[in-house]
Design a protein around this ligand. Structure first.
Ligand code: DP6
Length: 317
C-alpha cells in the first residue's frame, strides 16, 4: 500500500472550457496557487489479480467518483491491471468548490505510480492527473503554477515557490454542501450556450501574460486586478449559459464586498471564486490577520480556513 498527499490549488487565471473533452484537454492555459494546509491523502492498494476497483472517501464507500478513478488508473497502469482499493481522506469539505478533485487526482496518480513502481517524472504524472481532472495537473507542482496547453498536450511549471513569494489564502466557507452541478458539466454547458464563451477563450492568453509578469515582478496590485477580472469574466460566462449557472449565494457577495472594503483602506488583498459559493481571499502575509477577522465576521460565513503556499503532490513516508 502506498500513500500520497496533494493539496488543492486555487486558480487565479481560470480553466473554464475544454478544447478536447475526450482527452480532457483545457481550452486555454491557467495559473494557480498550490495550497499548504488543506490536503487530501490517498492510499492505493493493488490486489493480486483483476477485479472491481473500490473507492472509499473519508471512510465511506463512494461509487459516484469510482468511474473516473478507474479510468485514471487504467491510463496509468493499463486496463489489464489488478483491481485497486483506493481510500481518500481530506481535511476540508469536498465537492464544494474547494478544488477537491484537483487534490484527489494529483494524489491518486502519485500514489498509484509509486505502488506499481513506475518512475514517472512530474510532467507525466501531471498529464495523467489532468486527463482525469484538468485542474489536478497543477497540484503536482508547488507554489505558483502555470499550465500551458496546445492541441497535443499540457505542460505545467512552477513559476515561483512559497519562499519566493509567500502569499496567503484565506478561504471563507459559506456553504459546505456538495454542489449540484460539477464543473466539467458546467464548462461544457457554458461553451455550448454562453454568447460570451468565445470572447472568454480569446482573452485568456492576454490575462495569463499579465498575471505571469505580475508574479515574476512580485507585483501584488497587478496580480490582484487581473485575477479579480478573470474570475468575474468566468462567472459571467456561467451566468449567461442556458440554463444559467450561478454558484454564488448572499454570503459570497458579502465576502466580495468585505474584500473591497479592505482594499479601500489599502489592504493588499483580492478575491477569487471557483465553481462553488466559497470566497478565496489572497493577501500578503502581513495583513492575513485582518483578512481573517474581516471574513470571519461577514454575514453568512460559516468558517474560515487559512493557508500558505505548499508543495506539489508527493508520496508520504
Ligand atoms: C472553476 O478541473 O474540476 O476550479 O477537468 O472537468 O474535472 P474537470 O474540471 P475541474 O475544473 C476546475 C474549474 C475551476 C477553475 C480552475 O481550477 O482553473
Amino acid at each position: 500500500m502506498t500513500v500520497a498527499q496533494a493539496q488543492p490549488n486555487i486558480a487565479l487565471i481560470k480553466y473554464w472550457g475544454k478544447r478536447d473533452s475526450g482527452r480532457n484537454l483545457p481550452a486555454t492555459g491557467s495559473l494557480s496557487l498550490t495550497l499548504e494546509s488543506l490536503w487530501t491523502r490517498m492510499s492505493v492498494r493493488f490486489a493480486e489479480g483483476p477485479g472491481e476497483d473500490r473507492l472509499y472517501v473519508d471512510g465511506i464507500n463512494n461509487d459516484s467518483m469510482l468511474g473516473r478513478v478507474t479510468g485514471c488508473l487504467d491510463r496509468l497502469c493499463g486496463a489489464a491491471r489488478p483491481a485497486a482499493t483506493v481510500e481518500s481522506t481530506s481535511n476540508f469539505p469536498i465537492g464544494a468548490g474547494l478544488a477537491s478533485s484537483a487534490a484527489a487526482f494529483a494524489s491518486l496518480v502519485t500514489a498509484a505510480a509509486a505502488a506499481t513502481g513506475q518512475a514517472h517524472d512530474r510532467q507525466t504524472l501531471a498529464r495523467l492527473a489532468g486527463a482525469a481532472s484538468g485542474s489536478a495537473a497543477r497540484s503536482l507542482y508547488p507554489g505558483i503554477v502555470e499550465l500551458k496547453v496546445d492541441d497535443r498536450e499540457i505542460g505545467v511549471t512552477s513559476i515561483a515557490n512559497a519562499d519566493e513569494w509567500p502569499l496567503r489564502v484565506v478561504v471563507a466557507i459559506t456553504d459546505e454542501s456538495t454542489k449540484r452541478l460539477g464543473s466539467g458539466e458546467a464548462m461544457l454547458r457554458s461553451a455550448a450556450t454562453s454568447p460570451f464563451y468565445s470572447a472568454w477563450v480569446e482573452r485568456q492568453e492576454a490575462d495569463l501574460e499579465v498575471a505571469r509578469n505580475a508574479v515574476l515582478k512580485r507585483n501584488f496590485e497587478q496580480l490582484a486586478a487581473v485575477s479579480e477580472h478573470n474570475c468575474l469574466k468566468m462567472h459571467s460566462v456561467m451566468w449567461t449559459a442556458r440554463p444559467a449557472i450561478v454558484y454564488w449565494n448572499q454570503a459570497t457577495l458579502a465576502c466580495m464586498e468585505a474584500v473591497r472594503d479592505l482594499q479601500k483602506y489599502g489592504v493588499p488583498v483580492f478575491f477569487t471564486i471557483d465553481a462553488g459559493p466559497q470566497v478565496k481571499a489572497v493577501c500578503l502575509a502581513e495583513v492575513e490577520g485582518r483578512v481573517i477577522e474581516m471574513l470571519s465576521s461577514t454575514a453568512g460565513v460559516r468558517r474560515v480556513l487559512a493557508s500558505g503556499l505548499g508543495e506539489g503532490a508527493r508520496v508520504l513516508g
